[in-house]
Write a new protein. Sequence first.
Length: 255
Amino acid sequence: MKKNLKYVLLGILTVALFLGIVWGAGVLTRPAETQAASTGEINNVDNKTVTASGIGNISVKPDVAYVTLGAQTKKMSAADASEENAKIMEAVLKAIKTEGIKDDDIETAQFSITPQYNYNNSGNPTFDGYQVINLVTIKIKNIDKASMVLDKAVTAGANQVSSISFDIEERSKAYEDALELAVKDAGLKATVMMKAAGVTQELKPYKAVEASYNVYPLSDGSVRDVMDEAETATQIMPGTLKVTAQVEVTFTWTP
């Protein structure tokens, strides 16, 4: 009995010793654990750089208008439809030029001649003549004359006014102002972030990247329907344009 107990204890001791050796080997060969490198503001502090995006907005009054208008005619022959359309457009162009519109300010936007068909209940087509559409886009540099130009075109025979839009003749100045505000906005954001990280030194930009540039209506321009009341002066409201610049600026500082 004592002999058997001796063997049991010897076996337990052997197993324990084996497990201890295995565990020790695992500890010696296990890679040392490291803390993950910090990112964001702390890493930027170590590199003495911080990057921030900035947005600048400028609201401006448009000073140029673009009106797309023209004539749509329909006759049984393409030649007749085209001839009638040409007469209308000749009168329209003559009328708007009395308001100071130059040839360089007029550009063809659309010209088409397409056959027209009527379809009966069975879906069978019946030829119904040719339709001619001739549209031009007019650049009106004196935006105060936009209403008069439009009215004169309609009075002369224009029966299509497809669009009117507004823009800035010289975008560069407005964009430069928006760009300056965007850089200042980036600087303010970077300063706030670095103060939160314990950096109080003056930040100096050393890299700036232009991210985007947009011009869009802040308040919609509008024009009243001129087809029903051509004898009444058309009211055109240019609204306001918003010029937006977005930048990404990297700043550095001296400890």
